[in-house]
Design a protein around this ligand. Structure first.
Ligand code: GLY
Length: 345
């Protein structure tokens, strides 16, 4: 059990349900709406129903990144409006990163903003998406292109939800744990090397602590927070590229590919020694089936990278490792360097 405090809200890990109920009654919501998707309505809502001692309405959306869209927001805003949601209502986002990102965005924009609580149910959402205030949706295939910063009132984490995840989902989330270790915590990296894929409450709390320290310093990503995008320049391009494919990549799988490519760039540009790159590459290749990219796809991937939010004056921008637990934000590289990194996959 742990309480991790950010300036405007707490993240509670495996705390007693009475605390959640007390927190909600303190908000005195006029109504409570729980946003779920096709998976969490079955696998997680019964648990929440069991612990909550308030009345609530359920709004369900389709699962999957392809539904993280403004059209889905429109459906949710419409349902909120039809059911009389007002400014004093509360929204509880129960799900993975799509539900917490989209739900946070819907709540932050409905009537200029209503309170919301994130109850992340995947590893990825528990250690990353549900904390730090980034909310939003994709624009066609462009990841998180529409959105705003909006803090939840509370993040309520139950690590028991991780038991409902399949292996692929666990590995996907684990990529963000690896990322947090690589950019901000050498001790967490050692923990991972010693206990790969061991999903414990301690691991979740330690990964969150890395993110907490970074977002506290730079909540709106003016500088240092960009290091949390390590692996994401290449990762987001791959995720967009495969989005409509018969075999889409999960977000964390794409980030794992991205970390491989961007660790190589970190080495290639003289920021890390070859042994460090080898150590990262060994772990990533052991945990994730890495897809090779054919040359004829490079131009499409570069097109996606060119639309990345992090780019600076039209130039590709990367966050590159300078050691285990250290990362340099906003490194501008050429298209040729980016292509060379795709070639190592
Ligand atoms: N997921 C990266 C961030 O929250 O900044």
């Amino acid at each position: 059990m742990s309480v991790i405090q950010l300036p405007t809200y707490d993240i509670l890990v495996d705390e007693l349900p009475v605390i959640l109920n007390r927190f909600i009654s303190g908000l005195e919501p006029s109504q409570t709406f729980i946003l779920v998707d096709e998976n969490t309505v079955v696998s997680c809502l019964p648990r929440l129903t069991e612990v909550l001692d308030i009345e609530f309405h359920v709004i369900s959306i389709k699962s999957g990144e392809q539904h993280k869209s403004i059209e889905t927001c429109l459906e949710v805003w419409t349902q909120l409006s039809e059911r009389g949601c007002d400014r004093h209502s509360l929204m509880i986002n129960l799900g993975g990163g799509v539900v917490t990102d989209l739900g946070g965005f819907v709540a932050s924009t409905y009537m200029r903003g209503i309170s919301f609580i994130n109850v992340p149910t995947t590893l990825l959402a528990q250690v990353d998406a549900s904390i730090g205030g980034k909310t939003g949706v994709d624009l066609h295939r462009l990841k998180n292109h529409i959105g705003l910063f909006g803090d939840p009132a509370l993040v309520w984490i139950e690590t028991r939800f991780l038991e409902s995840l399949d292996n692929r989902q666990r590995r996907s989330g684990y990529a963000e744990v690896i990322k947090h270790a690589l950019v901000g915590s050498e001790p967490l990296w050692r923990y991972i090397i010693e206990r790969p894929m061991e999903l414990t409450a301690e691991l979740v709390s330690r990964a969150i602590m890395v993110k907490k320290q970074i977002v506290e310093e730079d909540p709106h990503e003016q500088g240092i927070r960009k290091i949390l995008n390590f692996g994401h320049t290449v990762g987001h391009a791959l995720e967009s590229f495969y989005m409509e494919d018969d075999h889409p990549l999960l977000h964390g799988e794409a980030v794992a590919h991205g970390m491989l490519a961007e660790s190589w760039l970190s080495h290639r540009t003289g920021r890390i020694a070859e042994e460090i790159y080898d150590e990262v590459a060994e772990l990533v290749r052991r945990l994730y089936p890495v897809r090779s990219i054919i040359k004829s796809d490079y131009s499409t991937l570069l097109m996606y990278m060119s639309k990345d939010k992090k780019n600076i004056k039209g130039n590709l921008s990367f966050s590159l490792l300078t050691g285990i637990g250290h990362c340099e934000p906003a490194v501008v590289l050429t298209d040729q360097e980016a292509e060379a990194a795709l070639a190592i996959l």
